[in-house]
Design a protein. Structure first.
Length: 282
């Protein structure tokens, strides 16, 4: 079946490589600088980055440069598609969409750059849904409808052991970071309107994670849902959270457990978890 729409995303979407290959999803890499060394984030190993962060080695993130998008778009246009839908990390967290728009202006077919207002698997699940529609031969309008529904219905929750790294990178305020360190208060964070906001507070990680699971189950609804947990240096904790989610949800469709991307890990720090629930039907 002829593919009428090409799907492009960025590396923060946590789309598994086998899924990206099967659905022809193009993934543009964000860039990560650890100390004096700059690389695509896929080349930075988690243990290396965690060690650097524990030793206060400077870690910085950067959006892909416009040429990285241009060549992906040019390849898609050359394949004969009618449109390109390019879906990316929230503009409240990164300038990735701005780079994509610069490149899109140079391409001869329509390129729709979408600020997902999410990141991680909460971005990845809508991207996969859009790519599945595109692979089935859907029109650009139909693919956009699928994407917009998924983006509206998807919830992204975040647990961090410390707010220090989010505060350093400017993703959360200084006062919130200070309060989070007092009395072992652990926050449950949520992506809201494209930025990180505090949803709950609890004493200790166990209570915070129980609140996160409870919230995720409530927001998942009763229909089929894609569920994912990603982590940075917290594999056992992530598995426990995913098991708790799956035991409480009536219709789990796709389940994903994986390490978070290096870019997200750079902002959240070791011990962090992300929870994504994405209802698969209206």
């Amino acid at each position: 079946m002829r593919r009428r729409v090409a799907i492009v995303t960025d590396s923060t979407a946590s789309v598994p490589l086998d899924v990206a290959d099967r659905l022809a999803i193009s993934i543009v890499q964000l860039e990560l600088t650890v100390g004096d060394e700059q690389n695509d984030e896929r080349r930075v190993l988690h243990p290396q980055m965690a060690e650097a962060m524990r030793n206060n080695v400077p870690v910085a993130t950067n959006p892909p440069p416009p040429p990285a998008f241009y060549w992906n778009y040019a390849d898609a246009a050359a394949s004969g598609v009618e449109a390109i839908i390019s879906i990316h990390i929230s503009e409240g967290l990164s300038q990735t969409c701005q780079s994509a728009r610069i490149a899109a202006a140079e391409i001869g077919v329509p390129v729709y750059v979408v600020d997902a207002r999410l990141t991680g698997l909460s971005l990845g699940f809508p991207v996969i849904a859009a790519a599945e529609a595109a692979a089935a031969g859907a029109t650009p309008h139909s693919v956009m409808n699928v994407l917009e529904h998924r983006l509206r219905s998807t919830t992204q929750l975040l647990y961090v052991d410390t707010l220090e790294h989010l505060q350093r990178s400017g993703r959360i305020g200084r006062a919130q970071a200070w309060v989070g360190e007092a009395l072992s208060i652990k926050p449950v964070l949520i992506m809201k309107d494209g930025v990180i906001d505090q949803l709950h507070k609890a004493i200790g990680p166990e209570r915070a994670l129980r609140k996160a699971v409870m919230t995720a189950v409530e927001r998942a609804g009763q229909g089929p849902v894609d569920v994912g947990v990603e982590h940075f240096e917290a594999a056992d904790r992530a598995k426990q959270v995913l098991d708790a989610l799956c035991s409480q949800l009536p219709q789990v469709r796709r389940v994903t457990l994986e390490e978070t991307t290096a870019i997200i890990g750079a902002h959240t720090g070791p011990g962090a978890l992300g929870i994504a629930v994405s209802p698969a039907s209206p």
